[in-house]
Design a protein around this ligand. Sequence first.
Ligand code: GDD
Length: 326
Amino acid sequence: MPNRTALITGITGQDGSYLAELLAQKGYRIFGLVRRLSTPNMSHLAAVRDSVEILDGDLMDQGSLNQAVRQAAPDEVYNLAAQSFVATSFAQPLLTGEVTGLGALRLLEAVRLHAPQARVYQASSSEMFGHVRTEPQDESTAFHPRSPYGVAKVYAYWASVNYREAYSMFVSNGILFNHESPRRGMEFVTRKITDTVARIALGQAKTLTLGNLDAKRDWGYAPEYVEFMWRILQHRTPDDFVGATGESHTVREFVEVAFRCAGIDDGSKRVVSDARFQRPSEVFNLRGNPAKAARELHWTPSTKFEQIVRIMVDADLARLRAQGRR
Ligand code: GDD
């Protein structure tokens, strides 16, 4: 098969960088859309920096998306860019709607006009299920988003379905449950926990300050989830798929395992509760059913909860020790 070309938005983030590595191994030509920042954040792309062609653009700017799609002439487009932090979406709801919701529509328009044959992956989210009444959640579960972020993702989901139906475009949604790794941003709960626990282990911090410890999430391992995204676009027809492990754990369990991995016995005494980290409306419980992905895409995640926590704690310990030696 001749080499294919992919355009990835959000390429500097956790998922974008793992996806770029996967597609580089597969021999893709890779374009990455990058929003200009005064301090560039290319660190996750270190392993593939020479294989990625960076395009200057922003989901807020239709012209830049049109230009990026024309220039890349992609076979596959992965929309991973978003204002992706739920807590910030309460503080900046309009920005979140613009980027996470309308941004996806702008990209679909750019593809419709300039590369209508391209296959499009939309990064949909389990946050769309929000206030759930049935468990586990699958592709037919009703949406009830609980944050401006979740609302914007529902908009982007339906825009994607609509472009598939209205224009016969190959547009698919991956409805991903939480997925973590050492590249997770520090503001998300898992990475906040593993970084702080590692600091406590090294005597650099004393306490771990958190919000709701009872929230339950279905946490998977991010490198496996980018394989899932790719498989969605190799499927014979465009469709929507849930990506999840089928297991859920509380934030409290994540904390306990992290302290254990760092060899700290009195971890629970180090946890401090702070209402600042509570959300105005919370998503209490998410657990996905990945049966359709297993059946139709032959995708099954294998990295278990405890392993994910250990990988992240070990990586943070190693990073902090290396910084200490500098
Ligand atoms: N961030 C954070 N910080 N969350 C906390 C804290 C804290 O100090 N204390 C408790 N939590 C709880 C949150 O209230 C939430 O219930 C849970 O931990 C997980 O929060 P996050 O890690 O911020 O992730 P999220 O579940 O809100 O959203 C992530 O997953 C979605 C997929 O379901 C993000 O990656 C989204 O972009 C993604 O769509």
